[in-house]
Design a protein around this ligand. Structure first.
Ligand SMILES: [Ca+2]
Ligand SMILES: [Ca+2]
Ligand SMILES: [Ca+2]
Length: 136
């Protein structure tokens, strides 16, 4: 009985660890942004992992569920100028594709050694931080 109880407790603990996401404000300062989005656990972020995180955020930001995000929904993640550049049809909103195009640009800007992945050092750079703003 004891060991069953223990293994159940362990299962619950593991589930809590897997499901539990720190709210941004409660996250420890040293939180590694790589680990947060590194779904294949190889220690770096590739474009697929970055786009997955960005799509999830886009869906969350699109509060009225119309498939686009406007200035208000972006809540300062892009400046007015950045939004205008990313918005080729100038309707003041970004579709998911337009949003992901900005994400890809920032990914490439941060990937200074052109190895197709971002490591912790690249994410801590100015370009890396600009990318992270579009992921969380
Ligand atoms: Ca990875
Ligand atoms: Ca919207
Ligand atoms: Ca790199």
């Amino acid at each position: 009985m004891m060991s069953l109880r223990r293994s159940m407790l362990l299962t619950v603990a593991v589930a809590a660890l897997t499901v539990g996401h720190w709210p941004a404000s409660a996250a420890p300062k040293a939180a590694n942004p790589v680990a947060q989005f590194d779904t294949d656990n190889d220690g770096t972020l590739d474009l697929m992992e970055v786009k997955k995180a960005a799509s999830a955020l886009f869906t969350k930001l699109d509060r009225d569920h119309e498939g686009t995000v406007d200035k208000r929904e972006l809540a300062g993640r892009l400046s007015a100028k950045e939004l205008a550049t990313a918005d080729p049809d100038h309707d003041g909103t970004l579709t998911m594709d337009e949003y992901l195009a900005v994400v890809e640009q920032r990914f490439n800007a941060a990937n200074t050694d052109s190895d197709n992945t971002l490591d912790a050092k690249e994410l801590h750079s100015k370009a890396g931080q600009a990318l992270l703003r579009l992921l969380k």
